[in-house]
Design a binder for this molecule. Structure first.
Ligand code: PMP
Length: 402
């Protein structure tokens, strides 16, 4: 069998630096390394003189605003949104969910229900849970089947006339499996509910078409898609965005203001109060340009083969129990009789960076009967050597711990 190599590894100086430092990075679902193209763009931007966006007529401001708005257009193209104004920049995916939960608050009345699933990340759980508590709404939770997929039959019984909003993850950051989104979104639409998709993991491993998906809102973070941190993306279809009330107040989001009153701009500007993350947006533009230059089928095939090698290696080890049935570039597992934190510590000492804990999905881990698990997650720069180093370290750690 030929060794699986990554033709893109050289494009990521961070992964090479970690390697030179004896580190094997297998935690890309937490945050990804960055391509040289993004580093160059960030440095270029600051080196040539930055300026604030949308506020001034001077040439540096015009140049920066152009680069900033070009990225909005590039994100819209990347997601196949109908127009750039359907893209709102936030400071992270978490902020985008909080924005939605505040900006939609007036849509809800007593008796209304919000539906999420049992596998949601805290970022797509707590904002809805707290909204439900503020407004006296019911938060209903779609259960999973034994493979870790949202159970469609049960979803049909739960999503109904009282459902005002469905918020679900496309790809679980713990179980690593794609959820039956088209069916769930269609079900919610049939009942007139708004739909929010958490694409934080899904956007990384397949090109998205938000129009084909048919959701009202789609959320992700730049930093997991090889872009800078401090930047979240909220896509909203034009008519859905129009339903959002301003939620944060400050500079540039208003039309007119006096001491006692103000009027506000439409989205996206009306939802972007204050100075936005200018550098991260410009850096993310370069990341998208880099990603657009790659052959998506080749990337997909690389990730598929590497993921299969990860699953094969795990299945060959005694006592390893996978969580769910992962079909994308990560796998979470426990080892019977061994605590995940001890294992993670020994792996870390051997220079293997994997994540352990509840992965910001505590209710899910609890429902599976665990207080935590280890997670190995892959980026397009990983190769089979990384997996060999992980498995060698795992075998050694298990020898010590058993
Ligand atoms: N949803 C999922 C599925 C995630 O994996 C994450 C990040 N771990 C988030 C939401 C939140 O993203 P961020 O921390 O970048 O706001």
């Amino acid at each position: 069998m030929p060794l699986i190599t990554s033709p893109w590894r050289q494009d990521f100086p961070g992964i090479l630096a970690l390697q030179a430092d004896g580190q094997t990075y297998l935690d890309s679902a937490a945050t990804a390394q960055k391509p040289q193209a993004m580093l160059d763009a960030l440095l270029d931007h600051y080196r040539h003189g930055t300026a604030n966006v949308h506020r001034a007529q001077h040439p540096p401001a015009e140049r920066t605003t152009r680069a900033f708005e070009d990225t909005r257009a590039a994100v819209a193209r990347w997601l196949n949104a109908a127009r750039p104004s359907e893209i709102v920049f936030t400071h992270g995916a978490t902020e985008a969910f909080n924005l939605l939960a505040y900006a939609l608050e007036s849509e809800f009345a007593a008796g209304d229900e919000i539906v999420i699933s049992a596998l949601e990340h805290h970022a797509n759980l707590l904002p809805w849970q707290q909204l439900a508590r503020r407004r006296g709404l019911a938060l209903r939770v779609l259960p999973l089947d034994e493979r870790g997929h949202i159970d469609l039959l049960q979803a049909q019984a739960i999503i109904g006339a009282n459902t005002r909003l469905l918020a679900i993850s496309q790809l679980s950051n713990v179980l690593g499996n794609r959820q039956p989104l088209p069916e769930l979104l269609a079900l919610a639409r049939r009942h007139g509910a708004l739909t929010v998709v958490d694409g934080a993991q899904g956007v990384v491993h397949a090109r998205q078409d938000v129009r084909a998906l048919g959701c009202d809102f789609y959320v992700f973070s730049s930093h997991k898609l090889y872009g800078p941190d401090g930047l979240g993306i909220l896509y909203g279809r034009e008519d859905a965005l129009a339903r959002l009330a301003p939620w944060q107040f400050g500079g540039e989001m208003l039309q007119e203001a006096d001491y006692q009153w103000a009027s506000f701009r439409a989205a996206p500007m009306g939802l972007e109060a204050g100075t936005p993350p200018i550098g991260p947006v410009i850096g993310f533009g370069a990341t998208l340009q880099y990603l657009s230059s790659l052959d998506p089928l080749r990337v997909q095939e690389h990730e598929r083969r590497l993921h299969q090698a990860l699953l094969d290696g795990l299945s060959q080890r005694r006592g390893v129990v996978l969580l769910g049935t992962p079909d994308s570039a990560l796998a979470s597992f426990i080892v019977q009789g061994v605590h995940h934190a001890d294992l993670a510590q020994l792996l870390g000492e051997q220079g293997v960076a994997v994540r352990s804990g509840s992965h910001c999905a505590m209710p899910l881990l609890r429902s599976l009967g665990h207080d935590g698990a280890l997670r190995v997650s892959l980026g397009l720069y990983n190769d089979e050597h990384d997996l060999r180093r992980f498995f060698d370290a795992l075998d050694q750690a298990l020898e010590i711990l058993r």
